[in-house]
Design a protein around this ligand. Structure first.
Ligand code: F6R
Length: 366
């Protein structure tokens, strides 16, 4: 049932190219000229009217939401708030009549996310669910559903659910931007072509596995690790740190790289592993200056950047090169080495990778 893989998690990491391909399939026109989200029932008038989006989710799905916010704001210019469901439902969020609520839940059964969905529906708001389970409560109760076709995710640590959620959010961002006139046809095509290329790129990135296995073996005794990055790389750092914590039990913290010097830099001492994400060309120089700050305190820095950017070798100890894609799409690619890192760290420490302590696959308690 694990298809020859020692753990479901590794199998699911390797299924990502297919899962992303399946999630994109049928949702873009054959000539790649536009997104065709026929499964949602938002007409053009409504699509143009939405003036605010609230994304509500938990855990890894919340991390996907953070990337969603960045791309929806960048391309469609709609203000987006991303909220943790267990926080959102207990405060009084400010809505407009045309606020769209997007709930993201792999299982579609997470108690806090469902409670938030029900709450906003009661207030008359429209809800779009992004879920991986067709008949789930979230799918049944939302007004619109985008199903991610990741297939069953068995390992507690979410991997292919996250990358397919990103694919769905990219489609949505491009769709909104196109309909609302914020992207020209040529720009839409460029984005869709890049999206279409992601499964093949995800496949190539899996080849970084031996490098990460080696790194994990050297840091098997680490007690702490830090993930740093700016912009989308910061959202990704949060996901990298969560993955490492939940299955390897190594304490990990994600920090916006520019914020380190406001406190967390005090924790950087000789030999502390820092995973530095530098996938965003427009933020590259600034990120490097933060990497230099942690190097100066003795950190061991594993950098990640796009192929060809050998400049990073000057400031880090080791580099993971990621195939090139558009910066906005880089999270879908860059998360894979981080999933592999946490997987190999958990294996090296002899942990139960697929069933980490204290955690459940579907969180039905509040
Ligand atoms: C982490 C993980 C969790 C889930 C969270 C939400 O690897 O799997 O953080 O992402 O419990 O679950 P869903 O998406 O089912 O609502």
């Amino acid at each position: 049932e694990r298809g020859g893989y020692p753990h479901f998690m590794l199998k699911e990491i390797h299924e990502q190219p297919k899962a992303v391909r399946d999630t994109l399939r049928g949702r873009v026109a054959d000539d790649l000229s536009r997104v065709t989200l026929d499964d949602i029932h938002m007409d053009e008038a409504y699509t143009k009217k939405v003036d605010r989006i609230h994304i509500v989710a938990c855990g890894t799905s919340w991390h996907a939401g953070l990337v969603g916010k960045a791309v929806i704001e960048q391309y469609a210019r709609i203000p987006v708030d991303v909220e943790i469901a267990s926080e959102y439902r207990y405060r009084s969020p400010i809505f407009s009549e045309n606020t769209l609520v997007i709930v993201i839940s792999q299982s579609g059964e997470t108690a806090d996310t469902l409670a938030a969905l029900r709450e906003v529906k009661q207030q008359g708001l429209r809800v779009l669910a992004i879920t991986n389970v067709v008949g789930s409560s979230a799918a049944r109760e939302a007004d619109d559903v985008i199903v991610t076709w990741a297939g069953p995710e068995i390992a507690v640590a979410s991997t292919k659910a996250y990358t397919t959620q990103l694919a769905a959010l990219y489609l949505l961002a491009i769709h909104f931007a196109h309909v609302r006139g914020h992207l020209a046809d040529a720009e839409v095509r460029e984005l869709i072509e890049a999206l279409d290329g992601l499964p093949a790129i995800a496949e190539q990135v899996l080849d970084t596995a031996p490098q990460l296995e080696n790194f994990a073996a050297r840091y098997v005794e680490a007690t702490d690790a830090f993930f740093i990055g700016r912009g989308l790389d910061y959202s990704l750092s949060l996901e990298g740190a969560l993955k490492l914590k939940e299955i390897s039990y190594i304490h990990a913290e994600a920090y916006a790289a520019g914020e380190l010097k406001h406190g967390t830099l005090a924790l950087i001492t000789e030999g502390v592993p820092v995973i530095a994400l530098a996938t965003q060309p427009q933020l590259y120089e600034k990120t490097v200056s933060n990497i230099v700050e942690v190097k100066a305190r003795g950190a061991f820095v594993l950098g990640m950047t796009w192929v060809g950017n050998e400049d990073l070798e000057k400031s880090v100890d080791e580099v993971i090169y990621l195939p090139k894609t558009l910066p906005a799409l880089a999270p879908l690619v860059a998360v894979i080495p981080m999933q592999l890192l946490s997987y190999y760290a958990a294996v090296a420490r002899g942990n139960d990778v697929d069933k980490p302590r204290n955690l459940a696959k579907s969180v039905t308690v509040e």
